[in-house]
Design a protein. Sequence first.
Length: 340
Amino acid sequence: MTFWLTALIVWIAAGARVGRVLVKPATTARVAIVVAVSAVALACTAAVPDIALALDNLLPGGLPPGRLSEGSVVSAWLLFAAATSVVASAAWPVVSRRNLRQIAGGIYGTWLFAVAATLSTSFTAGWVVTGLAGMFVVVTGLRNLSWTALGRGIAVYVTGTVLVVVLAAGQVQRDVIGATRPGSGEPGWAWPFWQLAALLIAFGAVWIVVEMWVRARLLLRRVRTLHNVLVKRFPEVVGEETGTSTQLRASDRVAQIMDALYLQSGGGVEIAAAGEPPAAVAARAERVAQWARHPLGRAVVDSRWIAPPEGISPRGWVRAIAAAFEAQPETAERPGASIR
């Protein structure tokens, strides 16, 4: 059951990457990611005992058991290593977009040669090439780690690739010492680790998409009250919403809140009584939130206070204002406090 579930999850990740290519320009690197994740999905599918048995039954009698099924798995992991090497090559500064296409052609050509050599001789050569390519990917990934959504996705993907390198080395050692190969339908002790590597690679490939969606959902939830209050005062900031995805809706909400705050402040007029905004983000957000709830109260704010503080994005600034807005007690505004 775990074989089928792993294959299903990886195929879903591959489908997500295909959808991303369809909505964005199909660059060489994006296509390579689709190929890499699809190759992992093929490897997981070929490793399913029922599928492996069906593949081996396609061969005539007299051939070693597991020849076609294991050859399919090796070839799929080879394709993963080749496609991921294309993505890793794009991360090096010396590689331009034009050169990347030529490099990708050479890498895929090498993959075809490696597959032919693997199927005609032994699987050891295929595992060696997979391990070497995986090491190149790991080194490149470690050079590009950062605490961002992309960096976290790379970290998960590289972790899966490290496991692939270790397992490929184990396969080479098994072949060299002449250990018995698992027969068809017998996954062997290493298959759970192969499944873990496949899941890590799949999660790493879609990490940025999932994280951006989750962050957008959390942002929509956080700014809901502030957005509703300001839109009631300034319905003209809404206009015609064209964003259909969660990320676009979150971006629209941020822009609408900033526009409404700007209109409420008088459209860029500076008020001497407002004073200079403090450097502390929390204190600044608290005062803007108080003014947003009670425009005619004691708090005085102008456009200088509404502008995002230095080093903070508009999305982060709106999130801070919304948090301060939610933390304030919901007291009723005095009659005539609404400016509409």
